[in-house]
Write a protein that binds this ligand. Structure first.
Ligand code: CIR
Length: 240
C-alpha cells in the first residue's frame, strides 16, 4: 500500500502503523456487531486495501465496478470470486463505463453517484440501469476538486447526512437534514454509520461533537496512514 495512488502530499504511509490502524478498524467493525471477512493481500495492487471501490453491495444484488484508475482495474479479479460466494446475483459495470465505489452513497433504496475523475457518465448510466432493474434507484451528483463523492458526504441515518463544504447546500440533498462540516475538518465527512454507531476519524472535534449531540455513539479511529493515500474510513471495507 505504500505505493498507492495519492494526491495528498502527506508523505508515504508508515506500513506498520497502517497495519495497526487497520486492526483497530476491524475491531471497531466487530464492536458495532459486524462479522468481518478479511481478504488476503493483493500484492499486485497497492490500492487494493480500499476495497470499497471495486464493488457495490446492495440488499438485492452485488455490482462489480470498473475502477476509474487503470492501475486499479485488476483489483476486481480477486474480489469477484469472494463476492460470488456471498451473493447469488452479481452484475457488473462494463467498458467504457468506469465507477469507483467511493462515488456511491447509499441512502435507503436510493443511491447517489458522484461523477468524478474516477466515475464517468457511462458508468453511472449503467449503474442506475442495474439498480432500477432490481427495484432500486440512482441519480448523479457532478463533482469538482474531490476524489470521490464519499470524500465529502456520508449518510448516518435515513434522513441525516454529514456534508463537507464542497457539497453544502446542493439541491441533490435538499430532502435530508445535514450536519455541515467546516472546511478545516473536511476529511471527517468520510465517516461510517454502522448499526447506530458512527465511526469518526480522529482529530476533528467539532464534527465529532455535532454527531454526538444528535444522539449517536461514536468510535474515534486514527486512519492517518490511509489518509496519506487519499483514503478513509468508508474505503477500507464493503458493508452489507
Ligand atoms: C485511490 O486513489 O484510488 C486510492 N489511493 C484511494 C481510494 C480511496 N477510496 C475511497 O475513497 N473509496
Amino acid at each position: 500500500m505504500v505505493n498507492g495512488l495519492t494526491s495528498a502530499n502527506l508523505g508515504p504511509p508508515d506500513y506498520k502503523l497502517a497495519l495497526r490502524q487497520h486492526e483497530a478498524y476491524r475491531e471497531a467493525l466487530r464492536a458495532c456487531g459486524l462479522k468481518v471477512i478479511c481478504l488476503d493481500a493483493d500484492d499486485e495492487h497497492p490500492d487494493s486495501t480500499f476495497v470499497e471501490d471495486v464493488a457495490l453491495l446492495t440488499p438485492r444484488c452485488a455490482i462489480i465496478t470498473r475502477p476509474g484508475a487503470p492501475s486499479r482495474r485488476g483489483e476486481t479479479e480477486s474480489m469477484e470470486p469472494v463476492i460470488r460466494e456471498l451473493f447469488s446475483v452479481v452484475e457488473r459495470v462494463e467498458a467504457p463505463g468506469t465507477v469507483d465505489g467511493g462515488d456511491i452513497l447509499m441512502t435507503g433504496d436510493h443511491y447517489f453517484i458522484g461523477l468524478s475523475g474516477r466515475t464517468n457518465a457511462e458508468g453511472a448510466r449503467q449503474l442506475i440501469q442495474i439498480l432500477e432493474s432490481h427495484g432500486l434507484s440512482g441519480s448523479t451528483v457532478p463533482l469538482a476538486d474531490v476524489l470521490h463523492l464519499k470524500s465529502v458526504v456520508a449518510c448516518i441515518d435515513d434522513d441525516l447526512l454529514v456534508v463537507g463544504e464542497a457539497l453544502a447546500g446542493r439541491a441533490e440533498f435538499s430532502n435530508f437534514k445535514c450536519i455541515r462540516v467546516e472546511c478545516e475538518e473536511s476529511y471527517v465527512a468520510n465517516c461510517l454509520w454502522l448499526n447506530g454507531t458512527v465511526l469518526v476519524a480522529d482529530g476533528y472535534p467539532k464534527t465529532k461533537t455535532a454527531i454526538e449531540t444528535r444522539g449517536y455513539q461514536t468510535i474515534i479511529l486514527d486512519v492517518s496512514e490511509f489518509r496519506k493515500l487519499d483514503g478513509g474510513l468508508s474505503c477500507l471495507s464493503l458493508r452489507f
